[in-house]
Design a protein around this ligand. Structure first.
Ligand SMILES: C[S@@+](CC[C@H](N)C(=O)[O-])C[C@H]1O[C@@H](n2cnc3c(N)ncnc32)[C@H](O)[C@@H]1O
Length: 397
């Protein structure tokens, strides 16, 4: 892997150190931008400059799209460095959207972009796409398919990431949708793939997403899971969730339950199917999760008792308002293993539960969350344990 490539030509005007991660976890070892962001901006610099200087029909016309920006480095680097406005931006996590909004406000750049869902309008007629490569090939495939089907035929996609998170399978995914795909030189452990010449509609693969899968082995009721590309576990049933579901028969009775970090909505649909009077609020900060959970609820015939919200933890839920919260917490933040996010979700569940309310959760046993659950929610009992997972119930004091 060579590290030889041009010196950073990122616009000097942009000071990455002014970017923050809030409301995402802030920590010494976590920063709001990285070398892949800088390499993307450098690699695309000539195209960004051309978009900015290409006359009124280009400038501010939304010809430039940013997908997967973590905290705003790409969007605000392009806006500040090239005077671009009208950038169209999609970020899957709500915390990324909020961090970009916050950083844009701090830098006086809030008018430079507009947030979009992962929908045709995001890329319609786009000529330049800056993409932070997602970890999941399915997420990349859904994005690649959308760009190829809706962007301008002369679109150029710069897709960048950290080399340790990239694989040649990513080139293969892009090559299913674009006639030209090439890999640039590595720099500071980062690399850019460039894709252009989207295939004509008749040669594009049939749209694959959202995908569905039926699960009936070992469950009291069969479940049909639907998933967009970026949703956790895709249409598969996570093995921790599979361990948890049958145990929920012993969760307290409640008129309403909250599925915190609902992903594709497996817990939501299972609870609604096994408790025919129950209302469920499913919530997740991922846009793909929220769209997937809505599809899952409808496919299992429980859409009328399920409300799906996009939100950070339980923001918007009043204190002491809920009887039952169920959670299979994430333990990765992007690529960084970090327990902070699970602790934040436990604390918010503790805040939102009524006295006597229960948090049911499943976690990798090595994480030893019991002391944290005791502290943040209330007395915590182990319900079951297998070689990998522990299921606990914590009762709010
Ligand atoms: C381990 S997955 C579980 C998904 C689903 N409940 C299941 O059992 O298959 C954790 C989920 O938490 C979501 N998540 C992560 N951080 C979150 C946050 N701050 N607020 C809400 N949801 C979050 C992720 O998007 C992901 O869908």
């Amino acid at each position: 892997m060579t590290d030889a490539s041009p010196e950073p030509a990122v616009p000097a005007a942009f000071d990455f150190s002014r970017l923050g991660r809030w409301p995402d976890v802030e920590a010494e070892n976590l920063q709001a931008w990285d070398a892949a962001d800088r390499l993307l901006l450098d690699t695309a610099a000539a195209d960004l400059a051309a978009a900015a200087g290409g006359g009124t029909e280009r400038k501010g016309s939304g010809a430039v799209v940013v997908i997967g920006d973590s905290y705003g480095a790409l969007t605000l680097g392009a806006a500040a460095g090239h005077g671009l406005t009208g950038l169209r931006v999609h970020q899957d996590p709500l915390s990324g959207e909020q961090a970009l909004e916050n950083n844009a406000r701090q830098l006086g750049l809030d008018g430079a972009y507009r947030p979009y869902a992962l929908e045709p309008a995001l890329v319609d007629g786009a000529r330049l796409v800056l993409l932070r490569l997602p970890r999941s090939l399915d997420a990349l495939e859904e994005i690649a398919g959308l760009i190829a089907a809706h962007a301008s035929p002369d679109v150029r996609v710069y897709a960048g990431g950290r080399i340790k998170h990239m694989s040649t399978a990513m080139n293969d995914v892009l090559a299913r949708y674009f006639g030209a795909v090439s890999a640039g030189l590595g720099r500071q452990k980062s690399r850019i793939l460039t894709a252009s010449s989207p295939l004509p509609p008749e040669d594009l693969p049939a749209p694959r997403f959202p995908v569905s899968q039926r699960h009936d082995v070992g469950l009291a009721v069969p479940l049909e899971l639907w998933a967009h590309g970026a949703a956790f576990a895709g249409p598969a049933l996570d093995i921790g969730t599979r361990f948890l579901l049958p145990l929920l028969a012993d969760a307290r009775s409640a008129e309403r339950a909250v599925d915190l970090g609902c992903g594709t909505g497996a817990i939501t649909a299972y609870l609604a199917l096994t408790r025919p009077q129950l209302q469920v609020i499913a919530t997740d900060q991922s846009a793909a999760a929220v769209s997937s959970a809505r599809l899952t609820a409808a496919a299992n015939g429980v859409g009328d008792r399920v409300t799906v919200r996009r939100g950070d933890a339980l923001a918007g839920f009043p204190d002491a308002s809920e009887d039952l919260v169920v959670l299979n917490p994430p333990f990765h933040i992007g690529a960084t293993v970090h327990a902070g996010i699970a602790l934040k979700l436990f604390a918010d569940a503790g805040r939102v539960l009524k006295p006597g309310g229960e948090l049911w959760t499943v976690w990798n046993s090595h994480l030893m969350y019991k002391p944290a659950l005791n502290r943040l929610v209330g007395p915590t009992r182990e319900v079951a344990r297998n070689p990998k997972f522990t299921v606990t119930v914590s009762t709010r004091r």
